[in-house]
Design a protein around this ligand. Structure first.
Ligand code: GDD
Ligand code: MG
Length: 360
């Protein structure tokens, strides 16, 4: 039996102030809590036992996923009193693992949407007898990630978390946040204190000559750490670009959840999701966006690449591009909000209050 650890803790995210009661892994992506996609993909790859390592807003996971049986999984939850970091979180759940010392244990960052062939990562791990195997992907700007150069056999030669100087950027291969650990390696991580697997465990393992194996796989990959990425990921799930067995219904241009209402002439495109009980009125155009449960889009509003929070309202003819509207916020009619705008939960923007003018 293969088992896995899913890391869903940490200090929270840039999405957190906007969705007060919802930690990011529980934000609906393509209509279901994001975590469902990761759990379902792991299950499809043969994983049966998953331990969720959580720290903040932990109490929302168990009521939703329970013992995991509805997904065909055995799920367990471990909550840290204080965030223990990625390595500390892995070590903290070691007692829940059933694997023998030489068995492979999967570890996933909880904010990644990917088409990774999980079985192939485990196969590589076994074939190379590695201590840890890492999924690597290529990006144009690696500064927000862990940089992972490898030799010609794929063996990891260094691990540089969040490289900043040009001299540090020696490759475009980064840590994609999915690992296979030899079980006994997990037991060597110090217990009871914060440990970063990226800044401490991997560099130390390399310094003592441990075998870290990289598997470069350039399938779909996205870290959902920013609101823009989250909205993109949800749309890609709906469009079928990001593969997940947990997307409810068929993939296509839009996903309208059963109790949502959409006016006949409203136009929904680009993987837009309309959540439970939400309403999109006549003449509205919504593209590549996520409308969460109970939100209202009034007539003629034009929404692109945006996240509209639970119970929020977008007024008539308002134009929103690349914005996040917090839960319960109200954007009055005839406003224009552009890239990067964050309207906080329950805030009120009066009609016609905001316009964008580039002064050119
Ligand atoms: N339980 C627990 N406790 N989980 C944690 C903690 C903690 O203290 N800290 C972080 N996590 C979880 C987060 O919830 C997330 O799922 C994962 O660990 C990674 O943390 P992030 O905060 O999202 O890190 P990052 O995105 O800046 O960088 C990581 O991911 C990159 C790929 O997206 C690193 O692993 C990089 O090396 C990697 O390239
Ligand atoms: Mg991340």
């Amino acid at each position: 039996m293969t088992e896995a650890i899913l890391l869903v803790g940490g200090k929270g995210t840039r999405l957190r102030p906007l969705t007060v009661h919802t930690p990011k892994p529980m934000l609906p992506a393509a209509g279901v809590p994001f975590l469902t996609h990761q759990l379902a993909r792991a299950r499809a790859a043969g994983v049966e036992h998953i331990v969720l390592a959580t720290s903040y807003l932990a109490e929302v996971f168990e009521p939703h996923f329970g013992d995991g049986s509805s997904l065909g999984l055995h799920l367990e939850y471990v909550t840290e009193d204080e965030p223990l970091g990625t390595g500390g979180a892995i070590r903290n759940v070691a007692a829940r693992l059933h694997s023998a010392p030489d068995d492979p244990v999967l570890v996933f960052n909880g904010d990644i949407l990917t088409g990774l062939d999980i079985r192939a990562l485990v196969r590589t791990h076994k074939a190379t007898s590695a201590d840890v195997s890492l999924h690597l992907t290529r990006v144009t700007d690696p500064r927000a990630y862990g940089l992972v150069p490898t030799d010609e056999t794929g063996r990891v030669t260094a691990f540089l978390e969040k490289p900043q100087t040009p001299e540090e950027i020696v490759t475009d291969q980064i840590n994609a946040g999915a690992y296979v650990f030899r079980r006994s390696v997990i037991d060597t991580i110090p217990a009871g204190r914060p440990v970063s697997v990226e800044r401490e465990t991997f560099p130390e393992l390399l310094s003592i000559g441990a075998h870290l194996q990289g598997l470069v796989d350039s399938t779909y990959w996205l870290d959902l750490g920013t609101p823009a990425a989250f909205v993109r990921g949800s749309a890609d799930l709906v469009l079928g670009r990001a593969p997940s067995p947990a997307v409810p219904g068929r993939c296509g241009d839009r996903l309208i959840l059963p109790s949502a209402r959409v006016a006949a002439d409203a136009k929904l495109t680009g993987g837009t999701v309309v959540g439970e009980g939400a309403f999109v009125a006549k003449g509205a155009r919504v593209s590549g966006s996520t409308i969460l449960a109970g939100a209202v889009v009034e007539p003629g509003a034009v929404i692109t690449d945006s996240l509209i929070g639970t119970g929020a309202r977008v007024g008539e003819r308002s134009i929103l591009t690349g914005t996040v509207i917090g839960d319960g916020a109200i954007v009055g009619a005839d406003n224009e909000l552009r890239e990067g705008v964050r309207v906080w939960c329950d805030a009120r923007i009066p009609p016609g209050a905001l316009r964008f003018s580039p002064d050119q």
